[in-house]
Design a protein around this ligand. Sequence first.
Ligand SMILES: C[S@@+](CC[C@H](N)C(=O)[O-])C[C@H]1O[C@@H](n2cnc3c(N)ncnc32)[C@H](O)[C@@H]1O
Length: 273
Amino acid sequence: MKYSAYLSQLKHSFGLRQVPVWFGSSESISQEFQTIGKKLKLLRIFPNPYPFYDWIMGFYERVSNRSALHGTMLKRSQKIIDVGAGTGYLLSRLEKATNSEQEIFAVDLSQQMLDNCKGYLSKHSQLTPRIHFERADCRKLPWNDNSFDLYVSSYLFDLLPEKELRQALREMERVLLPDGYAILVTMTTELEDLPRLSQYFYRLMNELYCIGYHKGRWNPIWRFFCAGYAPHCRPIALGQYLEGLDNIAMAYTKVSRVSLFPVRIYYVRKTHP
Ligand SMILES: C[S@@+](CC[C@H](N)C(=O)[O-])C[C@H]1O[C@@H](n2cnc3c(N)ncnc32)[C@H](O)[C@@H]1O
């Protein structure tokens, strides 16, 4: 009886469970990003380590980042915030997708990542005065309520511990103007709208990923092959967290099928209180 209960539980959770992060907190992850940078510099393989990080994750993150930036809100938003700007890839695409009248605020907890963002944009001749850089925490953004009409963020929420994730979403809700939009990209366990065969495949991939990720188990392998880099994001059910917010409504969501592991893009709107 116990055995069959276990099997039934396994059947329901297989590939859909959300594992806890293995590194503790936002501060430690930001620290980790900085350490990776320093280590790679020491190895003297790459003068600027982040293009290397971009390359490692590029095949996975870039396609979803590109595919996320669609919708009329991109053109009509006056003030846009990119939270967890990281290596600057999404920011660079955002710059391309908007015009000189629109202001963009790039935010990251790590000053080093922000500097790298600036470098990336500068290299692509995209560093203009309408782009502002601010070192800040997504859980406590230094702007008033109702400040932005578009909030974008990719691969940030899926690396936050559960409590911080909820705080960051409440902060997103606070700084967005009513009728403002958010575009969010995360690894996902939300697969129900996919054809059955794809669901089985992605559940299997998520399960393999989580077995390796849990408590940093496979990180020595990743670190060996990727000069110090180990995955921090893990698949989450962001839609369920979004449902818990009073003034946020789902507009549209889609799965971005770019690699072995599924990614979901959410377009949400802030409603009037
Ligand atoms: C995976 S990267 C984001 C990739 C980025 N969106 C891109 O397009 O390249 C995650 C970033 O989130 C930042 N971060 C982590 N915790 C944060 C927090 N609490 N507030 C703001 N940024 C944070 C990290 O420093 C890191 O640069």
